[in-house]
Design a protein around this ligand. Structure first.
Ligand code: 8X3
Length: 262
C-alpha cells in the first residue's frame, strides 16, 4: 500500500446496499474515513452503527441534495476519493416496447447522477490532491457499457454514456494529479440490482442466477475499488472489466459446475 489511508477520506454513493455498502465496509476496515451516501436513511443508519462511517441522505438525481452534500464535504473535510456507485437498471423491455420514462430514469441516475456528483465534488478532490499528491474518481459502470443485449438497450445505452463521459473527463483532467478509474462488472449477485430491474419479481431474479457457479458478489467489486484506490499514486487503472469465470460474455453464461476438459 502506497498511501496512508488514515489521512484519506472517501465518499461512496449508492451506499445503502450491494457494491456501495460493501465498499463502505471494506474501506472503513482499511482505516479510511468514509461518507456513505444514499436515499434510504434507515439503511444508512445501520451501516453507520456497523462501520462507524458518516452518512448523508441524498439523491444523486437532485441538484439540491447534491449541492448540500458538497457543502457538507466542504465544511467537514475534503475527500480524496469519490466512488460513484449509485445506479441501476429499470426493466428488460425491448426497444419497440420500452417506456421512455424508464429510460429517462436510467439516464438520470446512471449518467447525470455521476456528472452531477463529480462536478460538485471536484473542487474538494482537487484540494485533497494538492495535499496528498493524488485523488480519485472511481465509477462503477458495467460490462453493459461495451456490449448490448436484447432487452438491455436502455441500460446499455446509459452505461455506454457513462464510459464515454469518463474518457472525456480523464482527458479534461490531464495535467492534474487526479485518477479517473472505471470498474465495469458483469454478473454480480446482489440483494437488489436484478430484483429492482425485474420490478420485485423474486422468482425471475433467482432464475437469472440459477446454476451459475459463483456469480461475482458485491465484496469482489469492493475489493477492486480498494485496490485501485490503494495503488501507487502514479498508477491509474483506467478501466477494469470483471466477470465471474462462468460468464465468458454477457450472453455466454455457463450454468452448472465448471470443470476442466481432461
Ligand atoms: C450489470 C451487468 O449483464 O446485467 O451491470 O448488464 S448486466
Amino acid at each position: 500500500m502506497s498511501t496512508d489511508t488514515g489521512s484519506r477520506r472517501a465518499l461512496v454513493t449508492g451506499a445503502s446496499s450491494g457494491i456501495g455498502a460493501a465498499t463502505v465496509r471494506l474501506l472503513t476496515q482499511r482505516g479510511w474515513s468514509v461518507i456513505a451516501v444514499a436515499r434510504r436513511a434507515e439503511r444508512l443508519e445501520k451501516l453507520r452503527e456497523e462501520t462507524g462511517c458518516e452518512v448523508v441522505v441524498a439523491d444523486v438525481t437532485s441538484d439540491a441534495d447534491v449541492n448540500a452534500l458538497a457543502e457538507f464535504v466542504a465544511s467537514s473535510g475534503d475527500i480524496s476519493a469519490l466512488v460513484n456507485n449509485a445506479g441501476g437498471a429499470v426493466g428488460m423491455d425491448w426497444v419497440d416496447q420500452a417506456d421512455a420514462e424508464d429510460w429517462a430514469r436510467m439516464y438520470e441516475v446512471n449518467v447525470l447522477g455521476v456528472q452531477r456528483v463529480t462536478k460538485a465534488l471536484l473542487p474538494s478532490l482537487r484540494r485533497a490532491s494538492a495535499q496528498l499528491g493524488v485523488a480519485d474518481i472511481v465509477t462503477i459502470s458495467s460490462t453493459a457499457a461495451f456490449l448490448s443485449y436484447e432487452g438491455g438497450a436502455g441500460y446499455t445505452a446509459a452505461k455506454a454514456a457513462v464510459h464515454s463521459m469518463l474518457v472525456g473527463l480523464r482527458l479534461e483532467l490531464s495535467g492534474e494529479p487526479l485518477r479517473v478509474v472505471e470498474i465495469a462488472p458483469g454478473m454480480v449477485k446482489t440483494e437488489e440490482f436484478t430484483l429492482n430491474r425485474f420490478g420485485g419479481d423474486a422468482a425471475r431474479t433467482e432464475a437469472l442466477y440459477e446454476g451459475v457457479e459463483h456469480p461475482l458478489v458485491a465484496e469482489d467489486v469492493a475489493d477492486v475499488v480498494r485496490y485501485a484506490l490503494e495503488s501507487p499514486p502514479h498508477v491509474n487503472l483506467d478501466l477494469i472489466q470483471m466477470k465471474p469465470v462462468a460468464q465468458a460474455m454477457q450472453h455466454k453464461l455457463h450454468r452448472g459446475p465448471l470443470k476442466p476438459k481432461l
